[in-house]
Design a protein around this ligand. Structure first.
Ligand SMILES: [Zn+2]
Length: 450
């Protein structure tokens, strides 16, 4: 039997933890040894990568996104609006998505994520117009092609305008269709083992686009198959008002009523909670994905991150869709989290280490994993290496702080499960120029449909 290749990432310029200042050894797809400063691996290695010019981070984990929205960045009709009117401008456009649009926009979003140091990506896709019933299958194929670890959620919308919901009727699906497809996707793609490259979760879109019955049925199906649940919650005051009018409940009470107040659930945004609700979410271990850029762009508000954490909720980070960000850059999102959260909690509590922890260990916890998100023996070999030789770093002191404060925007190298997926700032196996040209054509086609 051939032995697994041993690679030493030697003595990085800086690391998130001092325990591996001398680097890490990768054996096959996992991390096998942490090297203290000035030391060498305990047994011979096959290859050495000299990281003296690189800052080493655990791979960043994006806990909330909508890949398809890369086709509607800075969309003219949606500019300068808050969530509900923004959605109403975009729903009719998104209803015209084609298979190729999903394929290309997924590649674009994943390439952008990979290049920003992201090794695990979650996506929330909830549009399945006629001909696009296999949108998640298309995303799975692209993720496999680029070698990124994914948690793809089977999103859904079932409450259209005719029934008091926000989305146009033509964008919603029958509940039996949604549940049958959810089951199909879990059976076909979900890997429950340690080191899984692809997982499936169920994700009814939001209280204002899904019926109470579908929320309950999705929870039942998730429980049956041991998969996680995800949705948007407490994003805006409009949503709170909607819940009070439609269900006679605030969003967290509604969540509890439909059987979602537990540690198998992670929520996107989580902004408008009162103190009692924060305690209840924390006690039940509900995860919160903070999406700072989107929250600022749509003027939604500030997530009470530290209060949620103190109450017991895992807190992770997400870029949210590229129509409300309008990019998919995880290391930039780390900086946004630091800036926004400092306004709420002050500079001494929101450190660069804190926001990097949210983007790694915190996001992993939201996704229900502990085999990724940290650098430790036995964990998956998912990490990113950033150089500090761009103009924006000239004169920087602390290299780790510089990544966040000077605004790093691109990883030089990136490994997922022991395989290089980004080398010298390029995504392996992707002709980015050609891809971007096609994305531009498709975005123009999509815009012309309305
Ligand atoms: Zn979202």
């Amino acid at each position: 039997m051939q032995h697994a290749r041993r690679l030493w990432i030697k003595a990085p310029a800086a690391t998130l933890e001092p325990s591996y200042a001398g680097g890490i050894v990768i054996t096959g797809s996992t991390i096998s040894e942490l090297i203290p400063a000035g030391a060498s691996p305990s047994s011979p290695v096959d290859e050495v990568f000299d990281a003296a010019e690189h800052v080493l981070l655990p791979g960043l984990i994006n806990a909330h996104h909508h890949f398809y929205q890369t086709l509607t960045r800075a969309f003219p009709a949606a500019l300068n609006k808050e969530l509900f009117p923004w959605l109403k401008s975009l729903y009719p456009v998104w209803a015209e998505l084609s298979q190729e649009m999903v394929e290309v926009s997924t590649q674009i979003a994943l390439a952008e994520l990979l290049l920003s140091g992201c090794t695990t990506a979650s996506d929330h896709h909830y549009l399945f117009p006629r001909g696009l019933e296999e949108a998640i299958d298309i995303q799975m194929a692209q993720a496999e092609r680029l070698g990124v670890r994914v948690h793809l959620t089977r999103g859904s919308m079932s409450l259209g305008e005719d029934d008091g919901g926000l989305p146009p009727q033509k964008t919603v699906q029958e509940e039996e269709v949604i549940l049958a497809d959810s089951e199909r996707l879990i059976k076909r793609y979900h890997q429950s083992d340690d080191g899984a490259m692809r997982r499936v979760a169920l994700a009814p879109c939001s209280p204002f686009s899904v019926s109470e019955a579908l929320m309950k049925a999705s929870a039942g199906l998730a429980e049956q198959y041991g998969v996680r649940l995800h949705t948007h919650l407490a994003e805006t005051h409009d949503e709170t008002e909607f819940c009070q009018q439609m269900f006679g409940l605030r969003p967290v009470d509604y969540l509890e009523k439909v059987g979602w107040l537990n540690n198998k659930v992670w929520l996107a945004h989580g902004i408008h909670f009162n103190d009692e609700e924060i305690q209840r979410l924390g006690r039940n271990g509900v995860g919160i994905c903070h999406c700072p850029s989107s929250n600022m762009l749509l003027a939604s508000g500030q997530c009470p991150t530290l209060d949620l954490e103190a109450a017991g909720s895992p807190v992770g980070l997400g870029v949210d869709g590229s129509a409300s960000n309008d990019c998919s850059n995880m290391i930039q999102e780390v900086r946004q989290a630091l800036l926004l959260q400092r306004l709420r909690y002050g500079a001494s509590k929101i450190t660069h280490q804190k926001v990097l922890d949210w983007a790694t260990r915190g996001s992993a916890a939201c996704l229900g994993r502990d085999d990724i998100g940290t650098i430790a023996p036995g964990k998956q070999a998912d990490f990113a290496l950033f150089r500090l030789d761009a103009l924006r770093f000239a004169g920087a002191g602390d290299p780790l702080a510089a990544l966040v404060l000077c605004g790093a925007d691109q990883a030089d190298r990136m490994m997922v499960a022991g395989e290089w997926r980004v080398k010298d700032g390029e995504v392996a196996g992707l002709d980015l120029k050609r891809l971007m040209a096609r994305q531009r054509e498709l975005a123009a086609q999509l815009a012309a449909t309305v």
